[in-house]
Ligand binder design. Structure first.
Ligand SMILES: C[S@@+](CC[C@H](N)C(=O)[O-])C[C@H]1O[C@@H](n2cnc3c(N)ncnc32)[C@H](O)[C@@H]1O
Length: 252
């Protein structure tokens, strides 16, 4: 599984995007002091940090199936209730949170509707659920240049455009199928800066997520050809890239 990697590798691969995204995404939940929130698929804790800042560690719980990520998040937030679990089977009681959020997770769930239904189950009636996924379908995600280059060279490259929630309107459809009420779709955009092409490329060699797994199975010649193709598609360094995510908020 491509998230059985170190928290440091994930931070280098996705942290430049997921950390600023979490700052915007957490606002979807309208959290107030005294409330309890759950971070579903917390990874090393980009969103967990935002929840802890707003509510305090004792009012935050988080789950993720990746053992290295759970270990890293536990070390970072020792007072947060952190469990190794998937969204589709949350080991948590009904109506036990005011909010449940899942940042960049739905497209990796085995059964997205089941995962979103579980989020609604653990949130009290009237409480908030929110989720977001990069706009891989519209070519505006942080990995879009990489996947375009990969598909230029290999039309069968498995880009992430068809994953759950990664195209316009699909997250809302999934949320409706999961029984969420008052569904409100929106989109969020973040920017990341790169000092050099190598600063951009090196994280792809760390084996993180589907893109890292794709690079890892290439031979040296194929990897160098892909690297060159990516460099041709990017602006001269230093450069800034924008990345957009589809987001939905709903109520239990
Ligand atoms: C792209 S990372 C996002 C991590 C974090 N939420 C963030 O925004 O940085 C995707 C995460 O989803 C987790 N994941 C994969 N399948 C999952 C599932 N079925 N239920 C919950 N989390 C899952 C992975 O282990 C990984 O930590």
């Amino acid at each position: 599984m491509s998230f059985e990697v170190s928290a440091e590798s994930y931070a280098r691969f996705m942290g430049k995007y997921s950390e600023p995204l979490a700052v915007q995404f957490v606002e979807q939940a309208d959290l107030r002091a005294g409330q309890r929130a759950l971070d579903v698929g917390c990874g090393p804790g980009a969103l967990t940090e935002q929840l802890v800042q707003r509510l305090g560690a004792a009012s935050v719980a988080a789950v993720d199936p990746s053992e290295p990520f759970v270990a890293a998040a536990r070390a970072r937030f020792p007072e947060v209730d952190l469990q190794s679990a998937v969204a589709e089977r949350l080991p948590l009681p009904d109506d036990s949170f005011d909010a449940a959020l899942a940042q960049l997770v739905v497209h990796f769930m085995t059964d997205a509707v089941a995962g979103l239904r579980e989020m609604a189950r653990v949130v009290r009636p009237g409480g908030v659920m929110a989720t977001c996924v990069w706009d891989h379908g519209g070519g505006k995600g942080p990995l879009s240049t990489f996947w375009q280059a990969a598909r230029d060279l290999d039309p069968d490259a498995p880009d992430e455009a068809n994953l759950a929630g990664a195209r316009e309107g699909h997250l809302a459809q999934l949320a409706e199928a999961a029984g969420w009420h008052d569904i409100q779709p929106t989109s969020l955009t973040v920017k990341a800066n790169f000092a050099s092409f190598e600063d951009w490329w090196e994280p792809y060699t760390l084996g993180v997520g589907p893109a890292g797994a794709y690079v890892a199975q290439l031979d040296d010649d194929q990897r160098n050809t892909l690297r060159t193709r990516c460099a041709q598609k990017l602006p001269d360094a230093p450069f800034e890239l924008a990345a957009s995510a589809w987001s939905v908020r709903g109520r239990a």
